[in-house]
Design a protein around this ligand. Structure first.
Ligand SMILES: [Zn+2]
Length: 281
Protein backbone atom coordinates (compact mmCIF):
# COMPACT_ATOMS: atom_id res chain seq x y z
CA UNK A 1 0.00 0.00 0.00
CA UNK A 2 2.76 2.41 0.94
CA UNK A 3 4.22 2.05 -2.57
CA UNK A 4 1.08 3.54 -4.08
CA UNK A 5 1.45 6.77 -5.96
CA UNK A 6 -0.01 9.81 -4.24
CA UNK A 7 -2.76 10.23 -6.82
CA UNK A 8 -3.98 6.67 -6.21
CA UNK A 9 -4.62 7.30 -2.53
CA UNK A 10 -8.06 8.47 -1.44
CA UNK A 11 -8.24 11.91 0.19
CA UNK A 12 -9.47 11.76 3.81
CA UNK A 13 -12.51 13.94 3.12
CA UNK A 14 -13.82 11.26 0.73
CA UNK A 15 -14.54 9.19 3.87
CA UNK A 16 -17.23 11.80 4.65
CA UNK A 17 -16.94 11.80 8.42
CA UNK A 18 -19.03 14.43 10.24
CA UNK A 19 -17.11 17.42 11.63
CA UNK A 20 -17.26 16.26 15.26
CA UNK A 21 -13.95 14.37 15.53
CA UNK A 22 -11.29 15.13 18.15
CA UNK A 23 -7.58 14.52 17.50
CA UNK A 24 -6.19 13.67 20.94
CA UNK A 25 -2.44 13.88 20.21
CA UNK A 26 -0.65 16.06 17.65
CA UNK A 27 2.79 17.70 17.46
CA UNK A 28 1.75 20.62 15.28
CA UNK A 29 4.76 22.67 16.40
CA UNK A 30 7.11 20.21 14.65
CA UNK A 31 8.64 21.60 11.52
CA UNK A 32 6.77 20.07 8.58
CA UNK A 33 3.39 20.85 10.17
CA UNK A 34 4.19 24.22 11.79
CA UNK A 35 5.39 25.61 8.46
CA UNK A 36 2.02 24.91 6.87
CA UNK A 37 -0.29 25.12 9.89
CA UNK A 38 -3.33 26.96 8.44
CA UNK A 39 -3.51 24.48 5.53
CA UNK A 40 -2.95 21.49 7.85
CA UNK A 41 -5.84 22.64 10.06
CA UNK A 42 -8.07 23.38 7.07
CA UNK A 43 -7.49 19.84 5.74
CA UNK A 44 -8.25 18.46 9.22
CA UNK A 45 -11.57 20.29 9.31
CA UNK A 46 -12.47 19.10 5.79
CA UNK A 47 -11.82 15.53 7.01
CA UNK A 48 -14.11 15.96 10.05
CA UNK A 49 -11.64 16.94 12.79
CA UNK A 50 -13.34 19.62 14.88
CA UNK A 51 -10.82 20.00 17.74
CA UNK A 52 -7.20 19.02 18.40
CA UNK A 53 -4.87 18.56 21.34
CA UNK A 54 -1.40 19.96 20.71
CA UNK A 55 1.31 18.32 22.82
CA UNK A 56 4.14 20.61 23.95
CA UNK A 57 7.24 18.63 24.97
CA UNK A 58 8.11 20.83 27.95
CA UNK A 59 8.22 24.51 28.93
CA UNK A 60 10.68 25.56 26.24
CA UNK A 61 8.55 24.03 23.48
CA UNK A 62 5.55 25.88 24.88
CA UNK A 63 7.36 29.22 25.00
CA UNK A 64 8.62 28.77 21.44
CA UNK A 65 5.40 27.42 19.97
CA UNK A 66 2.33 28.83 21.69
CA UNK A 67 2.08 31.89 19.42
CA UNK A 68 1.55 29.59 16.42
CA UNK A 69 -1.88 28.74 17.80
CA UNK A 70 -3.06 32.24 18.69
CA UNK A 71 -5.45 32.36 15.73
CA UNK A 72 -6.46 28.68 15.88
CA UNK A 73 -8.84 28.46 18.83
CA UNK A 74 -9.96 24.88 18.15
CA UNK A 75 -6.51 23.72 19.28
CA UNK A 76 -6.00 23.08 22.99
CA UNK A 77 -2.80 22.07 24.75
CA UNK A 78 -0.98 19.57 26.91
CA UNK A 79 2.51 20.06 28.35
CA UNK A 80 5.04 17.59 29.71
CA UNK A 81 8.69 16.55 29.57
CA UNK A 82 8.98 13.38 27.46
CA UNK A 83 10.76 10.40 29.05
CA UNK A 84 13.42 10.52 26.33
CA UNK A 85 14.35 14.00 27.64
CA UNK A 86 13.74 13.18 31.31
CA UNK A 87 17.03 14.75 32.41
CA UNK A 88 15.49 18.10 31.42
CA UNK A 89 12.73 17.63 33.99
CA UNK A 90 14.48 19.68 36.68
CA UNK A 91 12.72 21.26 39.65
CA UNK A 92 12.90 24.55 37.74
CA UNK A 93 11.23 22.99 34.67
CA UNK A 94 8.42 21.56 36.79
CA UNK A 95 7.96 24.94 38.50
CA UNK A 96 7.83 26.67 35.12
CA UNK A 97 5.22 24.21 33.83
CA UNK A 98 3.15 24.84 36.93
CA UNK A 99 3.38 28.61 36.38
CA UNK A 100 2.40 28.17 32.70
CA UNK A 101 -0.63 26.07 33.64
CA UNK A 102 -1.79 28.43 36.40
CA UNK A 103 -1.39 31.48 34.16
CA UNK A 104 -3.28 29.69 31.35
CA UNK A 105 -6.10 28.76 33.76
CA UNK A 106 -6.51 32.45 34.63
CA UNK A 107 -6.51 33.53 30.97
CA UNK A 108 -6.91 31.38 27.85
CA UNK A 109 -7.98 28.14 29.53
CA UNK A 110 -6.38 26.05 26.81
CA UNK A 111 -4.06 23.85 28.90
CA UNK A 112 -6.02 20.62 29.28
CA UNK A 113 -3.52 17.96 30.41
CA UNK A 114 -0.03 17.10 31.63
CA UNK A 115 1.76 14.94 29.06
CA UNK A 116 3.14 13.23 27.32
CA UNK A 117 4.94 11.83 30.35
CA UNK A 118 5.95 8.30 31.27
CA UNK A 119 8.64 5.72 30.60
CA UNK A 120 10.47 4.68 27.42
CA UNK A 121 12.78 1.69 27.69
CA UNK A 122 12.94 1.23 23.91
CA UNK A 123 15.21 4.19 23.22
CA UNK A 124 18.08 3.70 25.62
CA UNK A 125 18.63 7.44 25.97
CA UNK A 126 17.94 8.22 29.60
CA UNK A 127 18.62 6.14 32.73
CA UNK A 128 15.34 4.48 33.79
CA UNK A 129 15.78 5.83 37.32
CA UNK A 130 15.93 9.39 35.93
CA UNK A 131 12.84 8.66 33.81
CA UNK A 132 10.94 7.37 36.84
CA UNK A 133 11.82 10.46 38.88
CA UNK A 134 10.63 12.77 36.08
CA UNK A 135 7.43 10.74 35.68
CA UNK A 136 6.69 10.89 39.42
CA UNK A 137 7.37 14.64 39.63
CA UNK A 138 5.03 15.34 36.72
CA UNK A 139 2.30 13.09 38.09
CA UNK A 140 2.44 15.21 41.24
CA UNK A 141 2.21 18.32 39.06
CA UNK A 142 -0.93 16.94 37.39
CA UNK A 143 -2.46 16.07 40.74
CA UNK A 144 -1.77 19.54 42.15
CA UNK A 145 -3.33 21.19 39.09
CA UNK A 146 -6.21 18.67 38.88
CA UNK A 147 -5.38 18.03 35.20
CA UNK A 148 -5.67 14.73 33.27
CA UNK A 149 -2.48 12.86 32.37
CA UNK A 150 -1.32 11.70 28.92
CA UNK A 151 0.99 8.69 29.18
CA UNK A 152 3.85 7.71 26.87
CA UNK A 153 4.87 4.13 27.61
CA UNK A 154 7.17 2.11 25.38
CA UNK A 155 8.55 -1.28 26.40
CA UNK A 156 7.73 -0.17 29.93
CA UNK A 157 4.12 -1.21 30.44
CA UNK A 158 4.49 -3.02 33.79
CA UNK A 159 6.60 -0.25 35.36
CA UNK A 160 4.30 2.51 34.10
CA UNK A 161 1.19 0.73 35.42
CA UNK A 162 2.88 0.04 38.77
CA UNK A 163 3.97 3.67 39.21
CA UNK A 164 0.53 5.03 38.34
CA UNK A 165 -1.10 2.69 40.83
CA UNK A 166 1.50 3.27 43.57
CA UNK A 167 1.08 7.03 43.20
CA UNK A 168 -2.70 6.82 43.47
CA UNK A 169 -3.69 7.29 39.83
CA UNK A 170 -5.99 4.28 39.47
CA UNK A 171 -9.46 5.56 38.51
CA UNK A 172 -8.14 9.05 37.82
CA UNK A 173 -8.16 10.62 34.31
CA UNK A 174 -5.24 8.89 32.58
CA UNK A 175 -4.94 8.45 28.80
CA UNK A 176 -2.54 5.87 27.33
CA UNK A 177 -1.42 7.66 24.19
CA UNK A 178 -0.31 5.82 21.06
CA UNK A 179 -1.43 2.47 22.37
CA UNK A 180 0.35 -0.41 20.64
CA UNK A 181 -0.15 -3.14 23.20
CA UNK A 182 -2.05 -6.39 23.29
CA UNK A 183 -5.26 -7.67 24.81
CA UNK A 184 -3.82 -8.27 28.30
CA UNK A 185 -2.34 -4.78 28.50
CA UNK A 186 -5.59 -3.23 27.25
CA UNK A 187 -7.58 -5.14 29.87
CA UNK A 188 -5.23 -3.99 32.64
CA UNK A 189 -5.62 -0.35 31.55
CA UNK A 190 -9.40 -0.58 31.31
CA UNK A 191 -9.66 -2.31 34.71
CA UNK A 192 -7.77 0.60 36.30
CA UNK A 193 -10.37 3.01 34.92
CA UNK A 194 -8.06 4.54 32.30
CA UNK A 195 -8.54 5.54 28.66
CA UNK A 196 -6.70 4.43 25.51
CA UNK A 197 -5.85 6.42 22.38
CA UNK A 198 -5.37 4.53 19.10
CA UNK A 199 -2.88 5.75 16.46
CA UNK A 200 -2.41 5.03 12.75
CA UNK A 201 -0.47 1.75 13.07
CA UNK A 202 -3.79 0.00 13.81
CA UNK A 203 -4.15 0.10 10.00
CA UNK A 204 -0.89 -1.81 9.40
CA UNK A 205 -1.37 -5.39 8.22
CA UNK A 206 0.93 -6.95 10.82
CA UNK A 207 -0.77 -5.37 13.85
CA UNK A 208 -3.37 -8.09 14.48
CA UNK A 209 -2.74 -8.14 18.27
CA UNK A 210 -3.50 -4.42 18.44
CA UNK A 211 -6.75 -4.85 16.47
CA UNK A 212 -7.74 -7.67 18.81
CA UNK A 213 -7.09 -5.36 21.78
CA UNK A 214 -9.09 -2.54 20.19
CA UNK A 215 -12.05 -4.86 19.72
CA UNK A 216 -12.05 -5.56 23.47
CA UNK A 217 -11.68 -1.97 24.74
CA UNK A 218 -15.07 -0.48 25.68
CA UNK A 219 -16.08 2.25 23.24
CA UNK A 220 -16.44 4.75 26.12
CA UNK A 221 -12.70 4.38 26.87
CA UNK A 222 -11.45 4.88 23.30
CA UNK A 223 -9.98 7.94 21.62
CA UNK A 224 -8.20 8.49 18.30
CA UNK A 225 -4.94 10.27 17.54
CA UNK A 226 -2.30 10.72 14.89
CA UNK A 227 0.86 11.48 16.94
CA UNK A 228 1.66 13.45 13.78
CA UNK A 229 4.05 14.04 12.08
CA UNK A 230 4.79 10.36 12.89
CA UNK A 231 2.93 7.07 12.44
CA UNK A 232 1.02 7.77 9.24
CA UNK A 233 -1.90 5.37 8.71
CA UNK A 234 -2.47 3.35 5.56
CA UNK A 235 -3.03 4.17 2.74
CA UNK A 236 -0.82 7.25 3.27
CA UNK A 237 2.01 5.40 5.05
CA UNK A 238 5.38 6.76 3.92
CA UNK A 239 4.21 10.39 3.88
CA UNK A 240 4.16 13.00 6.70
CA UNK A 241 1.27 12.31 9.03
CA UNK A 242 -1.25 15.08 9.79
CA UNK A 243 -4.59 15.27 11.65
CA UNK A 244 -6.77 14.84 8.52
CA UNK A 245 -5.38 11.30 8.10
CA UNK A 246 -6.91 10.24 11.43
CA UNK A 247 -10.05 9.54 9.36
CA UNK A 248 -8.38 6.35 8.05
CA UNK A 249 -7.55 5.24 11.59
CA UNK A 250 -11.23 5.74 12.48
CA UNK A 251 -12.38 3.49 9.65
CA UNK A 252 -10.09 0.68 10.83
CA UNK A 253 -11.05 1.08 14.51
CA UNK A 254 -14.72 1.07 13.48
CA UNK A 255 -14.12 -2.16 11.56
CA UNK A 256 -12.55 -3.73 14.69
CA UNK A 257 -15.63 -2.75 16.66
CA UNK A 258 -18.13 -3.66 13.91
CA UNK A 259 -19.41 -0.09 13.95
CA UNK A 260 -20.32 2.56 11.44
CA UNK A 261 -17.23 4.84 11.05
CA UNK A 262 -19.28 8.02 11.50
CA UNK A 263 -20.73 6.71 14.77
CA UNK A 264 -17.28 5.67 16.01
CA UNK A 265 -15.91 9.08 15.02
CA UNK A 266 -18.65 10.89 16.97
CA UNK A 267 -18.34 8.61 20.02
CA UNK A 268 -14.54 8.90 20.31
CA UNK A 269 -14.88 12.66 19.85
CA UNK A 270 -17.40 12.84 22.71
CA UNK A 271 -15.10 10.79 24.93
CA UNK A 272 -12.17 13.11 24.24
CA UNK A 273 -14.29 16.21 24.93
CA UNK A 274 -15.42 14.82 28.26
CA UNK A 275 -11.94 13.61 29.23
CA UNK A 276 -10.10 16.85 28.44
CA UNK A 277 -12.98 19.23 29.22
CA UNK A 278 -13.22 20.53 25.65
CA UNK A 279 -16.23 22.57 24.46
CA UNK A 280 -19.10 20.79 22.71
CA UNK A 281 -19.51 21.17 18.95
ZN1 LIG B 1 3.58 12.36 20.99
Amino acid sequence: MSKKKKQDRPAPETLQLPCVGVESHAHLDFKPLAEDLPAVLARARAAGVDRLLQIFLGPEAYRNGVALFEAHRNVDFAIGVHPNSAEQCTDAAVAEMEAICREDARTAGRMKAIGEIGLDYYWDRVDPAVQRAAFAAQLELARGLALPVVIHSREAHADAVAMLKDLGFAHRPVLWHCFGGDLDQAREIVAAGWHVSIPGPVTYAKNTALREAVAAIPLQRLMLETDCPYLTPEPWRGTTNEPALMAFTAVEVARCKAMDPAALWAATGETARAFFGLPAC
